[in-house]
Design a protein around this ligand. Structure first.
Ligand code: HEC
Ligand code: HEC
Ligand code: HEC
Length: 448
């Protein structure tokens, strides 16, 4: 789970924006309505949400877009920059061309190349019209904030930026108009534009080469596109292709729309890095764009044609209901999980996710499953689904062996076909995640 230089989204999870910051942000955006080009500014704001600029350019509790969010890399830390229109510390003096070159090509006005933690290889396909709207928003819809950019914490000579230029020449696409004609349906084409461009979904969901470029930036570059990325902060972005068990094969368009809009659907609930994508970005998209994204994702065939379709198998539920917990991990499940996720593994719709047929549970890489068991997770409320539910942390009271056993049980029950998990797998994940211990009542001690 090594963080790497280009795992763009590595620290997005930490970029939660404070309520107060959001309030200033929206009041300023409201003020934009008085400007002559208000419609363009408002459109730019919408696009900035689609691109999730705020998640990376705002540290926890910080002012919107003032930069300073830390990204760890193996050679040292880098920080996102101030992209408010402040003339001295932000981008207030940048021309439209300066802005467009930085966002689409990763090149600063002084010629330096940006770290691809800034997802310019995806933004490369943004249209001129959208770039102009974004520029109008960042110049007129965002409050200027005086905040100096932080220099990278990388020792010389590794801090030299010219190798980034070489990387950019090799791996970043040329800026060219998005070719919607390849898709013979206008809605699918719109979805492709959003997914491949502003949404930069592939930055997390597409596997990367050793040289860290995404193996495919579009569906036309092969089946690696959105086939599932490596773990980011201990969460595995799963496949968004048609794989029946480990991808979105069994989801329909509405399932995808619901997930992006509400962070939950009949099958699953968002967690890890995806929570922030839903919170800051996707829940604000209009229904037409969400439908376009869903319809486009449904055009992507399975990357593994051998994967068998999922079918519910009642055997595990029958045994649990008859008091038989002899299978490996079944007793741990009965004692710790069944109250919420139920003996039939179907959970409670939109409250406690189903574990049967869940791509996260039976995916090849069990890291997310182990992680959610060790540290728990909160399903945050969204505009369309305001309630919030919590998955408790079990890391403080279940041993590596017990977590391995219950993981193995849920990966193999109710028709799931995941491979077994070992105590060593759990120990490896435990080293990298933070698991809190709840406060004990006075006088109580914890037996280990
Ligand atoms: C996944 C994280 C991420 C997202 C999303 C992101 N950025 Fe960035 N951006 C960065 C980082 C990190 C840097 C600094 C890179 C460096 O120092 O080389 C940066 C740099 C920039 C710069 C160059 C600023 C300068 O002073 O050199 C601009 C302009 C910019 N981003 C605009 C945007 C816009 C507009 C969006 C949304 C459409 C956006 N960014 C979304 C991470 C991100
Ligand atoms: C910052 C990294 C990141 C970005 C960017 C990102 N995702 Fe995700 N996504 C994840 C992670 C991690 C998961 C696994 C956790 C979960 O299922 O909620 C996930 C899960 C999902 C799932 C649920 C899959 C399943 O089988 O449960 C869908 C659907 C999804 N993402 C769609 C998208 C779309 C569409 C985009 C682009 C608009 C996107 N994601 C961008 C990190 C990301
Ligand atoms: C108090 C109720 C509760 C208990 C007990 C509980 N969970 Fe959960 N579980 C949840 C909620 C709520 C979520 C959704 C969290 C989120 O989306 O952030 C969840 C999410 C999950 C997920 C991620 C699936 C997804 O698609 O989001 C897995 C896997 C999981 N639980 C397994 C277990 C196992 C195994 C146990 C027992 C060791 C357990 N849970 C105990 C409530 C519970």
């Amino acid at each position: 789970m090594k963080k790497n230089l280009f795992s763009a989204c590595a620290n997005v999870a930490r970029a939660t924006v404070s309520g107060a910051a959001i309030a200033t942000f929206t009041s300023f955006a409201a003020h934009a309505a008085e400007l002559p080009n208000a419609a363009l500014v408002a459109h730019g704001e919408y696009l900035a949400r689609a691109g999730d600029c705020i998640a990376c350019h705002t540290p926890q509790g910080g002012k919107p877009f003032a930069g300073g969010l830390k990204f760890d890399t193996p050679i040292g830390a880098i920080y996102s920059t101030n992209i408010t229109p402040d003339a001295n510390t932000g981008i207030g003096k940048w021309s439209y061309d300066d802005f467009a070159r930085a966002v689409r090509q990763g090149v600063r006005p002084n010629g330096e190349t940006l770290y691809p933690a800034m997802p310019y290889p995806s933004y490369a396909r943004l249209s001129d019209d959208d770039m102009k709207a974004l520029y109008a928003y960042f110049m007129h819809g965002v409050a200027p904030v005086q905040a100096q950019n932080r220099a990278v914490d990388i020792p010389w000579p590794l801090s030299m930026r010219w190798p980034l230029g070489a990387w950019r020449m090799l791996f970043a696409p040329k800026v060219q108009a998005f070719d919607g004609a390849h898709y013979n349906d206008a809605i699918v084409a719109r979805g492709a534009y959003l997914v491949q461009g502003l949404g930069h979904c592939g930055a997390c969901h597409t596997p990367r080469a050793r040289t860290m470029q995404e193996l495919a930036l579009t569906d036309r570059e092969g089946d690696d596109f959105l086939a599932g990325g490596g773990p980011i902060d201990g969460w595995v972005p799963s496949s968004l292709r048609g794989n029946p068990r480990t991808g979105l094969g069994s989801w329909n368009e509405d399932d995808i729309v619901q997930f992006l809009k509400a962070g939950r659907n009949l099958h699953t609930a968002a967690f890890g890095g995806m929570t922030d994508v839903v919170q800051h970005s996707m829940q604000h998209m209009n229904d037409a764009d969400l439908l376009a994204i869903a319809r486009y994702l449904k055009t992507l065939p399975a990357s593994d044609p051998k994967e068998t379709p999922y079918a519910y198998d009642p055997a595990a539920a029958n045994k649990l209901q008859n008091g038989d917990a002899s299978a490996r991990g079944a007793a741990v499940y009965r004692d710790n999980c069944m109250a919420c996720h139920r003996s039939d593994g179907r959970g409670y719709t939109r409250v406690f996710p189903a574990l049967g047929g869940n791509p996260v549970v039976q995916g090849k890489d069990p890291t997310s499953l182990i992680h959610v068991l060790l540290s728990g997770s909160a399903l945050e409320g969204t505009k369309s689904a305001p309630s919030s539910f919590t998955m408790p942390a079990f890391g403080w009271r279940l041993s590596d062996q017990e977590v391995a056993d219950v993981s193995t049980f849920v990966r193999a029950s109710w028709g799931n076909a995941g491979t077994p998990v070992s105590a060593e797998d759990v120990a490896r994940v435990r080293k990298t995640v933070t698991a809190s211990t709840p406060a004990l009542p006075p006088g109580a001690t914890l037996k280990r």
